[in-house]
Design a protein around this ligand. Sequence first.
Ligand code: ADP
Length: 377
Amino acid sequence: MDNYLFYKASDLVEKARALRKSNPEESVKCYLTAAQIFIRMSKHDREYEKDFFDMANQLFEESQTVNAKQNEYLQSIRDLAKKKLSFQDIAGLADLKDEIKLKIIEPFKNPELFKKFNKKVGGGILMFGPPGCGKTMIAEAAANEAGVKFFNVNASTLRSKYVGESEKNIANLFEEARKSSPCIIFFDEFEALGQERSNASTHTKSEVSQLLMEMNGFGNKEQEILIIAASNEPWEIDIALRREGRLGNTIFVPPPDFEARKQMIKSNLKNKPVKSVDMDAIAKLTEGFSGADITSVCEAASDFALKDSIKSGKIREITDKDFYEAMKIRNSSIKPWFNLAIAKLKETGNKDLLKGIEEYAEKARIEHNEFLQAEAV
Ligand code: ADP
């Protein structure tokens, strides 16, 4: 390690921190020069290569917090961390939000009104669709907007390899939920728990029976519990669990449409240095991407600009070109899901679920075939 350079960089960091308020411009300069030195050191020192690079990255980020505008940015991040997720944070899915408002939020907010119309509070909803399209976000936002306690359960964590343990875990969860009623239980990866009994082991069968028992009678006056289950593999779920009175409502959560993708790109780039990004063009090119895919493309594009900025010591804004480069390394992760979903839903006779996804499936299948053909060339 070059001690001289190390001490020089450390002095600069000290100076940068001391000057943050009295001379912000000089402070930023010191941060960036120090970051440049660490970058140079990382290139010549294999042992500490990663540490120096991380240090440079950290200094670059620290430099961004110096001026007033950047402080506002930090403040908005802090506010975001404090703010609970709401429907406004979820791009697109307007029909689904309306349906959830009517079926979940309003009954919890206006139980008396719903009772007058002979509608019960609570019950069950199954959301299904490709991964990364907002099922978890919707469930969390619904609980926040309804103002009730939210149990977020990953179904596979309730399962135990010991006979009788999973049933006990399920019973304990419902016991806890009844004490906190009204409340929402969200089961992610529900297929892990509610597996189709004809294919399942005896062990799994008794887990399903326990679930059925717990679900019988919930949603009545004493138990205002709503279950939201999410699954990427609904064909694996025991049909008995989807009957009226249990998970009676089944809702497809589609990939984001053009407007939703545009909104996601905008929100991912919010408060970042952006020069010329044609949001419409990027939203068009990301047809068939999930919300999570879009977040990942935006991050990759932003990282290209960040790396250049660290190298040059000057902020290099994000442009269209960064997105084109990002899309070379980040593709849609959900196209194959549609092919699998169609085959499995047909195989298992789940025609009712097929209906909802046909429109998207056809498009995705064509795109996927094109994708496979392109790969084969
Ligand atoms: P799922 O539960 O369907 O697998 P998530 O709700 O966990 O998907 O979404 C994963 C991530 O993708 C989110 O944390 C968010 O960054 C992004 N995302 C997905 N859908 C949306 C959406 N509709 N609006 C905004 N961000 C989204």
